[in-house]
Ligand binder design. Structure first.
Ligand SMILES: [Zn+2]
Length: 344
């Protein structure tokens, strides 16, 4: 079990974690989660394994609830309160965004910290389950509660895609074992029936969008997993480990520091390939954006456009009725001089 104090401080401190936890219990979680979405009735086959109070005839909702029951009472009391906690977290997410995700529940319950999501999305860790601070059987219980709650509320299951921010944009893995039914349960978002058609379309458009490519500016030197070179430069994460910019065929890109939103936007738009550069902040314990990598031409185009708009009477010339080409020609010298100065 991981505690908050064990949070990864740095990329390279992220050794495999939670290995001792999952092994023996993961079969239980996978059995109890199987069919969470695909075949809800399958849960009935493992009523005692899931210990779901609502499917347990002796549970708090059953007829026997008033009978004294010293053994197992404590765990049932906890299960009831988990029921309420999941419902509270889910209600809040639903009120905020009109949909609920399993990640909302795990973070809302305090079992998974937001700072853990970045290393997972960057594929610094293989799966999310190993970062969750409770055992897999408890996660399975919460997922079952979420599904029951969402079904009772009339929410609609919708499968979302979770893609890595690495070059291959591969599907992110949630569970240690990678069982498909469990993975699907983790990917399932529960949508409010009150979502309008437009909101629904926006959600699925966002879900289909490829995540931005992220490049890591490491705190320490690393050894490229392809060429074996020790490097202090930028890296991308792949299956085998860190990969240097040369091996990733990204060494032609140039760095544009964050800070000028308009320049960044223009450079991204002009570059066929671009990536966000992040660096781990030890004090804030999270990855922070440093800037972007773009093609050199794109930066020049973006700088020229920015100079034209900010430092010349380009806009005024346009407003006065001059066409775009003539206005550009009129301010061209100043733009070129600025670009020359910027290059040197
Ligand atoms: Zn390399």
């Amino acid at each position: 079990m991981r505690k908050a104090g064990d949070l990864p401080r740095d990329l390279f401190d992220l050794v495999p974690v939670g290995g001792g936890d999952g092994g023996g219990q993961s079969d239980l979680v996978h059995r109890s989660l199987r069919g969470v979405v695909a075949e809800p009735s399958a849960q009935q086959r493992y009523p005692t394994a899931t210990a779901n109070p609502r499917t347990d005839p002796d549970g708090p909702d059953g007829a026997a609830r008033l009978a004294p029951k010293p053994a197992g009472l404590r765990s049932r009391v906890q299960a009831v309160s988990l029921d309420q906690r999941v419902a509270r977290v889910a209600e809040k997410a639903l009120a905020d965004r009109r949909f609920v995700t399993p990640i909302d529940v795990l973070t809302g319950l305090g079992w998974l910290h937001q700072v853990h999501l970045d290393p997972w999305r960057l594929r610094r860790v293989d799966n999310l389950e190993q970062l969750v601070q409770v055992g897999p059987e408890k996660v399975a219980l919460a997922m079952g509660i979420l599904r029951d709650w969402a079904t009772a509320r009339g929410l609609e299951p919708s499968e979302a895609e979770y893609l890595a921010r690495s070059r291959d944009r591969r599907r992110l893995r949630f569970s240690i074992a990678g069982d498909e039914a469990v993975e699907r349960a983790f990917r399932t978002h529960w949508l409010s029936p009150e979502l309008t058609g437009a909101e629904r379309a926006r959600l699925s458009e966002r879900a289909d969008r490829r995540p931005e490519l992220v490049v890591i500016w490491p705190l320490k030197d690393f050894t490229c997993s392809i060429c074996g070179t020790q490097s202090s430069g930028l890296l991308v994460m792949e299956d085998a480990g860190p990969v240097c910019m040369e091996c990733a065929e990204m060494d032609h890109l140039v760095f544009l520091a964050a800070g000028d939103a308009a320049l960044t936007r223009r450079a991204k738009a002009a570059s066929r390939l671009w990536a966000v550069v992040v660096r781990f902040s030890r004090s804030r314990r999270r990855y922070e954006r440093q800037g972007i990598l773009v093609e050199e031409d794109a930066i020049e185009l973006a700088v020229a456009a920015s100079v034209r708009h900010r430092e010349t009477p380009y806009e005024e010339l346009l407003m006065s009725g001059l066409d775009r080409e003539a206005a550009r020609a009129a301010v061209g010298d100043h733009v070129l001089r600025t670009l020359d100065a910027w290059r040197s």
